[in-house]
Design a protein around this ligand. Structure first.
Ligand SMILES: *[C@@H]1O[C@H](CO)[C@@H](O)[C@H](O)[C@H]1NC(C)=O
Length: 330
């Protein structure tokens, strides 16, 4: 009588066992992840998928942002962030913290600060309190987010306007003190091909390192458009030349409406290409998709002429895009 193992090997020769985060780990990466938060955990189908081996790391989609965590000066609210961390840790998943110093979803009281000394102490207190909350439990933090304009100049923000580039040093130094075990990332979008923005990012990282600023990683958000992913592999290689870890932090591939079988097929190819781009670079530690299901993606409200950017559809079923990831990992 054949052993059951031999039987399985005979009938399922091409099946690799495991789900996509498990397969990422088998390839030496740390996770395939997703954005998640209490509002999406509350959807049973999403919570069930999130609990499987398809997802090994969660990023709070909104609950870790400044407007959620410190809506008034010195008054912290961790209701949402605590729930996200609790879901992740109770299911044995990692957490990427997101995000400490960002010009958007920033309360008006911060933007209204008018002097450098006050802003410095406000940044330091925010970073130490938010990172201290789950000290030792967070894999990585996006310490600063979206500091550049697309032309590579620094974005106007209360942070840059009062402190210049030094706001980044202040934030990273406070972050290292707050949780020495967390990997500290700078994160941005439109780093998906050659140009002034990625040039500026690589140059900034060089300056930070030469000043001894504690930085461990660079995140490329990768909010991509269907059929426009050809630059990703080169960008990951370029970011890796900094010597830092690289992570794809907010991946989605949005499809122009109306979505068709052909465009879903193109999306499968695009997700396959992006997954392979991370696999090809040892410093690329993982990929986070910006949500589990198309049902709750930010794309619906932010880019109304686009749709269906993720791996699971509105009915929580795997899409061709999932197969694109899976086949890159087999
Ligand atoms: C804290 O945040 C939660 C949302 O996560 C909100 O429901 C609650 O009202 C907030 N608490 C206070 C005191 O503002």
């Amino acid at each position: 009588m054949k052993s059951s193992t031999a039987f399985l090997a005979a009938v399922l020769p091409s099946v690799a066992f495991g789900l996509i985060s498990d397969k990422m780990k088998a390839k030496g990466k740390l996770y395939w992840g997703s954005a998640l938060d209490p509002n999406t955990i509350a959807i049973t189908q999403i919570a069930n998928i999130a609990a499987t081996g398809d997802f090994g790391c969660f990023t709070p989609e909104n609950s870790g942002k400044w407007d959620a965590t410190e809506p008034a000066r010195g008054q912290f609210n961790f209701t949402g962030f605590d729930a996200l961390v609790s879901f992740a840790t109770s299911h044995g998943k990692l957490v990427r913290g997101h995000t400490l110093v960002w010009h958007s979803q920033l309360p008006a009281w911060v933007s209204a600060i008018g002097d450098a000394a006050t802003l410095t102490s406000v940044i330091q207190n925010h970073v130490s309190t938010v990172m201290g909350r789950h000290k030792g439990q967070i894999l990585a933090w996006d310490v600063v987010n979206e500091v550049f304009n697309d032309d590579g100049t620094f974005r106007n923000s209360v942070f840059f306007n009062l402190l210049g580039e030094n706001f980044i040093d202040i934030a990273f130094k406070a972050a290292r003190q707050a949780d020495p075990n967390a990997k500290l990332f700078i994160n941005d979008f439109n780093l998906d091909g050659p140009g002034k923005k990625i040039d500026a990012m690589v140059a900034l990282i060089g300056r930070l390192k030469s000043r001894g600023v504690p930085i461990d990683g660079v995140g490329t958000q990768s909010h991509l458009i269907l059929g426009q992913v050809g630059g990703v592999a080169g960008s990951i290689q370029r970011l890796a030349t900094t010597g830092l870890q690289v992570a794809i932090t907010e991946l989605d591939v949005r499809i122009p409406k109306p979505v068709t079988a052909a465009t879903l097929q193109q999306q499968q190819t695009d997700f396959n290409t992006v997954t392979k781009a991370c696999l090809a670079v040892p410093q690329c530690v993982g990929i986070t998709s910006w949500g589990v299901s198309d049902k709750t993606s930010w794309v619906d409200s932010t880019f109304p002429t686009f749709d269906s950017p993720l791996l699971f559809d509105d009915n929580f079923q795997k899409k061709p895009a999932y197969t694109g990831v899976d086949s890159a990992l087999n």
